[in-house]
Structure formats: structure tokens, C-alpha cells
Design a protein around this ligand. Structure first.
Ligand SMILES: Cc1ncc(COP(=O)(O)O)c(C=O)c1O
Length: 385
């Protein structure tokens, strides 16, 4: 068994070797610029991009022309929120989001506030769900966008996306969802879900880092967003810059594999997640964070009472790679804003861990991890008695 055991797939996933194989020729012999339309090098690259666009679209039930390639979910989120804010200024300047969003969305909303916009941050209940009545009450004649994530990156809790989109439609407001953690883990259909924009990222679904996409609805309604990166007018003028062809090919292949695996992989991962969860919750003084019914199959978030979270993490990380909070904020010792929003106090939030499983997680890894954590937690509690 390789140590530390990797249970941090929500931070990033290892690449699937099939993805790497697909990408390699586009670093080497097929190195062309997808915008070079006067020779075969360019045509080959453009053809690969077309195939990838189709593969990404298929995974979320979109049309290929609705896929805009970006450098990852952070950029997609910035493009969606700022792009709508700037383009729909005539209509209004109000955006509704939620306190448990990823920092990429929260920081973008803060930027919106600093540039004259208004943002309402909806609270969540103790399981991380927004209240639909509160959402509807927050809507004003100036509201242009509802931005609520599909599934939370720390707890896996899935928001009532279809109900949110129905409210958005009823009031003629656009709906953007950050589905970075959900795409490839559960079945998503942008039309059935009534989503107008959606962000995704390759490195969360066994693809490479530094490539992602934004889905932008082309009809019913047609969404228009202002570009945030200006240049050669690539990606229908929404995102300029020479296309990252190997990355795009990798994202496409990763989506194709997820599409093939969606029927069985999530169920198999949930079985392992449940084994881990059952074992950990059997330890005294533990509790589960998030909603039990509506959640991703691969994440569980568990609090350990009466331990020092920092010291516990130091011992655990030698054997198991897990995280407190999200990867981008786990270097700070600040308690997670998500867990605090669920009502946890600072201490408990700091001694809560996210365990996220993936395609390559095995039962023996899970059994070893559960035993190791039990021993470490009990040792910590005994040593402080
Ligand atoms: C929910 C969510 N949104 C956005 C991001 C940012 O993704 P990227 O690393 O592709 O910028 C992440 C990654 O941590 C995430 O989990």
C-alpha cells in the first residue's frame, strides 16, 4: 500500500493514465495552434479541440457550442459572475449567492460589491442547505444573477438545483452554478436542471490541472457575458488566448471516461465512503457534517470532539492525506467558513476533517485509514486526560 493513503480527491484527483495517453501527442507531434487555419498542424489541433468540446458537452447534456474553455473553475466562476454583472448592468446590479460557496465565488462577489454591485449572501441550515423561501424573498427588481454551487466541496451537500432554477426562471433571472465538485460524480443535465451557466474543472475529474470550462446557455434564454480576458477573440470572444490544446484534449478524455463510468463508479465509491463513515462514526465523540440524503458519493466530513485539530492533523497526515476545509484555505489555521455556517464553533470546525474518495480508492486503504484514525484519536484523547 502506498503511503500516505490519498483521501483528498476533492482537492485534486490523480490523472487517469488514459487521459495522459490521449494528451501526449498534442505536446509533441500534434503541437499546432488550433487557430492556425492555413495548414494541417492547425487543423489537427482544431479537430482535437472540437472532439473535446463535444465530450465535455455530452457529460452535462449541453451543446458543444455552449462550452467555453478556461484555465479552470476559478476562472470560469470569475467569467460567469463578472461577465453577467457587466453585461446586464442596464437591468440591475444585484447578485444572490450563499455563504458556503467556494472562495472563488465569494471573493468574486466581494469584488462585485467593491465595484458598485450589491450581493445577498444567503445563510444555510445546520446541514448546509439554503432555504428556497429565503432565496425568493431576496430577489428584487435589480437581481440579475443567482449563483449557488451544485455541491459543496467540504461536505458534499447538494443544493436543490432544480428548485433554484425554477425560481430563477419565474423571476427572469439567470442561474449560475459552480459544479466543480459535482460534474462527473453525479448525473447532471443542464437542461433538466435549468442551469444557465456552469463551471467545471479537469483536475477534479482525473484530468490535468490548469484547464476547465464554463457552460454558457445559447438559447431559452441566450446568455450574454462580457469577456474578462481580451485578445484574439477566441472562444466566441468570451475568453481570448491561444487554446491549451493538450489540456483541452485531457479534459475531453476525462469527461468521456466519467460519462462511461457514471453508471457504476459513484455507487462503488459510495459503498467505500459508507464503510469509512461507519467506522469513524463508531469512535466516541464524532459527528457527521452536511446533509445525509442529498450529497455527493465521494465526500464525508467528520468532526472529532475533544481533540486538538492541529495536533491530530499532524499525526494523521503521515499516514493519510486528508484536509480540513478546502485545499486553497487549509494552509491557514482559520476554521472553515463552511462548517461555521453550519453552526460549528471554532474548535469543532478546526477538528473536523474532509475525507474524499476517488476512482482509485480501495477497500483495504479505507480499512487501514479507519483503523489508523481510530488509534490516533484515542491516543490523543488519552494523552490529554
Ligand atoms: C467547489 C469548487 N469551486 C471552485 C474550485 C476552484 O477550481 P480550480 O482549482 O479549477 O480553479 C474548487 C477547487 O478547489 C472547488 O472545489
Amino acid at each position: 500500500m502506498k503511503f500516505p493513503i490519498y483521501l483528498d480527491n476533492a482537492a485534486t484527483t490523480p490523472m487517469d493514465l488514459k487521459v495522459l495517453d490521449e494528451m501526449l501527442p498534442y505536446f509533441l507531434e500534434n503541437f499546432g495552434n488550433a487557430s492556425s487555419n492555413s495548414h494541417v498542424y492547425g487543423w489537427t489541433a482544431a479537430e482535437a479541440v472540437d472532439i473535446a468540446r463535444q465530450q465535455v458537452a455530452e457529460l452535462i447534456g449541453a451543446h458543444p457550442s455552449e462550452i467555453i474553455f478556461t484555465s479552470g473553475a476559478t476562472e470560469s466562476i470569475n467569467l460567469a459572475i463578472k461577465g453577467v454583472f457587466e453585461n446586464y448592468k442596464e437591468k440591475g446590479n444585484h447578485i444572490i449567492t450563499c455563504v458556503t460557496e467556494h472562495r472563488a465565488a465569494l471573493d468574486t462577489c466581494e469584488w462585485i460589491e467593491n465595484t458598485g454591485g450589491e450581493v445577498t449572501y444567503l445563510p444555510v441550515d445546520s446541514e448546509g442547505l439554503i432555504n428556497l423561501a429565503e432565496l425568493e424573498n431576496a430577489i428584487t427588481s435589480k437581481t440579475v444573477l443567482i449563483s449557488i454551487m451544485y455541491a459543496n466541496n467540504e461536505t458534499g451537500t447538494i443544493q436543490p438545483v432544480q428548485e433554484i432554477s425554477e425560481l430563477a426562471r419565474k423571476h427572469g433571472i439567470l442561474f449560475f452554478t459552480d459544479a466543480t465538485q459535482a460534474v462527473g460524480k453525479i448525473l447532471i443535465d443542464v437542461n433538466e436542471d435549468g442551469i444557465d451557466m456552469l463551471s467545471l474543472s479537469a483536475h477534479k475529474l482525473y484530468g490535468p490541472k490548469g484547464i476547465g470550462a464554463l457552460y454558457v446557455r445559447r438559447k431559452n434564454p441566450k446568455v450574454n457575458i462580457s469577456s474578462q480576458i481580451h485578445g484574439g477573440g477566441h472562444e466566441k470572444n468570451m475568453r481570448s488566448g491561444t487554446l491549451n490544446v493538450p489540456g483541452i484534449v485531457g479534459l475531453g478524455k476525462a469527461c468521456e471516461i466519467c460519462m462511461m463510468e457514471l453508471g457504476s463508479e459513484p455507487g462503488a465509491i459510495a459503498v467505500l465512503r459508507n464503510v469509512l463513515e461507519r467506522e469513524l462514526l463508531a469512535i466516541n465523540g464524532t459527528r457527521l457534517n452536511g446533509n445525509l440524503e442529498n450529497r455527493l458519493p465521494n465526500i464525508t466530513n467528520i468532526s472529532f470532539e475533544n481533540v486538538n485539530g492541529e495536533a491530530l492533523l499532524l499525526d494523521i497526515c503521515r499516514e493519510i492525506a486528508v484536509s480540513r476545509g478546502s485545499a486553497c484555505s487549509s494552509v491557514t489555521t482559520k476554521p472553515s467558513h463552511v462548517l461555521k455556517a453550519l453552526g460549528l464553533n471554532d474548535n469543532l470546525a478546526l477538528s473536523s476533517f474532509r475525507f474524499s474518495l476517488g476512482r482509485f480508492t480501495t477497500l483495504s486503504q479505507i480499512e487501514h485509514a479507519a483503523n489508523t484514525i481510530r488509534t490516533i484519536v484515542e491516543n490523543h484523547r488519552n494523552s490529554t486526560r
